[in-house]
Design a binder for this molecule. Structure first.
Ligand SMILES: Cc1ncc(COP(=O)(O)O)c(C=O)c1O
Length: 397
């Protein structure tokens, strides 16, 4: 049977990570995979998370099966965090998922169960897994513009494209810190998106993976809350991977907002049924940790402070990189980079430049030019700036 398999396509990100692993140069710099690193280059367990884990270990809770919706206290805490304590209570249901990716897939399944073959609009460029996850669930994919030629958010282009989406369509929007570009709509642009969604009748599907790492937790969640206030129906996929540092604990949540209690009950059952056929129940540990943190005022405040510190470090990296690029005679590129947000930056470089950056400077970003600015050690900022300026100048760095 297995002889029939064609060679599967190689994942370009893991390909680069492997090449990095095999690179013998001591100065090599890995900015490919999206994980936060502190100034020592480590991806630490957050202190609030560690304390929650100790409390959970001491309580030694049973590992009995949970229900298909996972940890219901976690689901309540996530609804309150994302939509706000005074958010649309009674208008939303949530189901714990296998991280943000699991939430994207369950919600895509829900769409397919509701209306097979629905078109989901994704940004161009998009998070590398958006199209494959939507297509694997059986949905059709179309794209809307995100950036203009200068690399800034293309409000007019996006709105013009989304004016073509209709009542039967779903529009997948990254709620903050867009991956891969780091370019986000301004608050007035989000207002226009909400207005268009109401007018055209399409359903917003918000993907939240980096809330807290852009302008702060509440500011990053403001567009999602604005949409929730304005539209009758909405889907939200939430990841706890980055902002709780729970990457390998696979913790996340799928939310559905609707207008009738019956529709919400049906949506929750459809999500549970989708989970049953994919993996049955999500893992408990990360959800228990997040719940412990969010339900305890002290741990919650500590987590918020740690998240703010991570955000500050990322912003400082970005500002320092822009300053060095300006010093090296690249003010236009520096300005574009300085305006980006979140863990990623899109360098104004071609795939050829990115290849040269690897070959000449041992700096690894994606072929499309994305770098994990949150993975950049502060003492390597100058080296990255020299590399960027070097490949742009075509001169030795
Ligand atoms: C935009 C976006 N959505 C969702 C995810 C999924 O994250 P996870 O499945 O690790 O929670 C990611 C991860 O990189 C992402 O960048």
């Amino acid at each position: 049977m297995l002889d029939l398999l064609l060679p599967p396509p190689v994942d370009p990100l893991w390909d680069l990570t492997e090449a990095y692993g095999a690179d013998p140069r001591p100065e090599r710099l890995d900015l490919v995979v999206g994980v936060y690193r502190d100034h020592t280059g480590a991806t630490p367990v957050m202190s609030a998370v560690r304390q929650a884990e100790i409390r959970l270990a001491e309580r030694s809770l049973s590992k009995e099966y949970r229900g298909l919706s996972g940890n219901t206290a976690f689901n309540r805490a996530m609804l309150a965090m994302v939509l706000g304590e005074s958010g649309p209570a009674g208008r939303a249901v949530a189901v714990q998922t296998v991280a943000g990716s699991g939430a994207l897939r369950l919600l895509a399944d829900l769409i397919c169960r509701t209306r097979p073959g629905t078109t989901v609009w994704i940004s161009d460029p998009a998070y590398v897994n958006h199209r494959p996850i939507m297509e694997a669930a059986g949905l059709a994919v179309r794209t809307y513009r995100w950036q203009d030629a200068e690399g800034r958010f293309d409000s007019a282009g996006m709105l013009a494209d989304l004016a073509g989406a209709g009542r039967d369509d779903v529009v997948l929007l990254q709620g903050c810190c867009h991956n891969p570009t780091g370019v986000d709509p301004a608050p007035r642009d989000w207002g226009a998106v909400a207005e268009l969604a109401v007018r055209r009748g399409w359903v917003p599907f918000v993907d939240l993976a980096y809330h807290g790492l852009g302008d702060g937790l509440d500011a990053d969640l403001a567009p999602t809350r604005l949409l929730a206030d304005r539209v009758p129906e909405m889907l939200v996929a939430v990841s706890c991977s980055k902002n709780f540092g729970l990457y390998s604990d696979r913790t996340g949540c799928a939310m559905v907002l609707g207008t009738s209690a019956q529709a919400l009950r049906h949506a929750e059952t459809a999500l549970q049924n989708a989970a049953r056929t994919l993996y049955s129940m999500p893992p408990e540990h990360g959800a228990a940790v997040v719940t412990t943190v969010l339900e305890d005022a002290g741990l919650r405040a500590e987590w918020r402070a740690e998240l703010d510190a991570m955000r500050g470090r990322i912003a400082a990296n970005r500002t320092a990189l822009a300053a060095r690029l300006t010093e090296l005679g690249r003010p236009v590129e520096a300005e574009v980079l300085a305006q980006q947000k979140g863990m990623f930056s899109m360098l104004p470089l071609t795939p050829g430049h990115m290849q040269e950056l690897r070959a000449r400077f041992a700096i690894y970003g994606t072929v499309a030019g994305r770098i994990n600015i949150a993975g950049l050690p502060a003492d390597r900022v100058s080296c990255l700036a020299r590399g960027i300026a070097g490949v742009l100048d075509g001169a030795a760095g």
